[in-house]
Design a protein around this ligand. Sequence first.
Ligand code: PMP
Length: 394
Amino acid sequence: MLGNLKSQPADKILALMTKFKEDPRIQKVDLGVGVYKNAEGVTPVMRAVKAAERRLVEEQTSKSYVGLPGDPAFADAMIDLVLGDSVQRDRIAAIATPGGTGAVRQAFELVKMANPDARVFVSNPTWPNHVSILKFLGIPTIEYRYFDTESRAVDFEGMLEDLADAKAGDVVLLHGCCHNPTGANLNITQWQSVIDLINEKGLIAMVDIAYQGFGNGLDEDAEATRLVASSVKEVLIAASCSKNFGVYRERTGLLMAISDDAELTPIVQQNLNYLNRQNYSFPPDHGARVVTMILTDPELRADWAAELEEIRLGMLELRQQLADELQKLSGSDRFGFIAEHRGMFSQIGTTPDKVEQLRADNGIYMVGDSRMNIAGLNKDTVPLLAKAIVDAGI
Ligand code: PMP
């Protein structure tokens, strides 16, 4: 049986990580994998997370199973963080999941159970896992235009044109903030137009929010998700705590399913619980408990929010420094988009050949689609990257 298996393509980003580690050059810059790093290249455990973990070790009296949806206090705390009071609580069913990936996977499975004919519209480009999970589940997937490779902003006209092909019951997958991989985001007026189209056509909205607090601020980054949640009848939201709490390996996420009518919530909840049961029974608890403790303890929450803000502002500063440096070296404003983009990534919009040239000539590692992780830079490496980009004729 096992001999029938075919080899699977290596994950490109993980392969790049290995290549970086094996590169003997002292001067090299890793802009590949999507993990926040500070100026020293370290992905730190956040202060509030350490404090909450210490408290958990002291106070936790049992590691017995929690319910299938996970700890209800986690769902409440995350719903509050992501949605504020934009939606009536009794319209929301929710399950804890292993990371944002788990939430995305369970959301797609729920779509398939509820409507086997649904197609999912995804941005071109999107986080590659969206596409690969949809393919794995056999869900028809349609790309909509998203990134204008000239301006490196959203191709909004193209996006609306392509979404106009969606039929009632189809799902539109949107990134709540900090689009991965491009860094280009809709403004709130554009969000409203997408919502209008969704409502006119009777579509389902799905929002993946994995970087709340990395763009314009905790509430600001949730604004679009809240607008969708309060204006569309049926909404699925996959939220990840990996980045904004720095708990990547703890696998902490939440799937929310918002029904039009609160009477549907119990049955939606049953189906979400069922999906958890089929896939892994109980979701991971440690990260969820840490997050809950932070969000519900005013002191821990304030410290967490302050550290997250330092991280966000640090990335914005690097963006500005890089845009300024490129402006200086190239004598043109064509790299201004780097300061406009938000989140951890920017797609600089060049060819795989040029990306390879940056790696070979300068030890600069970015993903083949020219996505770079801004957090992989620091004040000293920004000028090196800027020079390499200009020298490569990008
Ligand atoms: N969605 C998007 C768009 C992401 O970029 C990520 C992280 N790479 C995730 C979801 C999920 O991350 P995790 O499973 O680590 O929480």
